[in-house]
Design a protein around this ligand. Structure first.
Ligand code: DQA
Length: 154
């Protein structure tokens, strides 16, 4: 019997809708639309289905996380700056009981001191940062591998 494909929701937080034009020297030239199209094209090869959500508001992101267990098996989350201080988003990640991999395009640990605090990371199953847009793909691959091993990291 063929196994159902894993469904993964990729969520991007505040200001990530501006990728491509926003500080391209820091965040690169690729738009979020291009990144999402590439992931959508890659999904069948990876053996999963992907959906996307972006919002600038904390509440909208929390609502998206609350809805997620009804439709997906895992979440890739770039919380943007909210990753540095949103305990509400952290609580939402804890509440939903889905594996969440946090992604940051940049290596936030090597940037301004306020970016070195990651409040969601402790409740995520993993964090990928500093490798640019490929980080989203790596996060999806991580969720798939984790699923295959029944939740273990190896
Ligand atoms: C970011 C890093 C955050 O510090 C920043 O506020 C962002 C983008 C990243 O992907 O590198 O909006 O999450």
């Amino acid at each position: 019997m063929q196994q159902a494909r894993l469904r993964i929701l990729v969520i991007n937080g505040p200001n990530l809708n501006l990728l491509g034009s926003r500080e391209p020297d820091v965040y690169g030239q690729e738009t979020l639309e291009t990144i999402e199209s590439r992931l959508r094209a890659l999904a069948p090869d990876l053996g999963c289905e992907v959906e996307f959500f972006q919002a600038n508001g904390e509440g909208q992101l929390i609502d998206a996380l609350h809805r997620a267990p009804a439709t997906v098996d895992g979440v890739v989350l770039n919380p943007g700056a909210l990753g540095h201080y949103s305990y509400a988003l952290m609580d939402a990640v804890s509440a939903i009981g889905l594996p969440v991999v946090e992604v940051h395009l940049t290596n936030v640990l090597g940037r301004e001191p306020f970016r070195r605090q990651l409040v969601i990371a402790p409740v995520a199953v993993g964090v990928i940062m500093g490798v640019g847009p490929v980080g989203y793909e790596l996060a999806i691959r991580g969720l798939l591998a984790r699923h295959r091993t029944g939740g273990r990291t190896g």
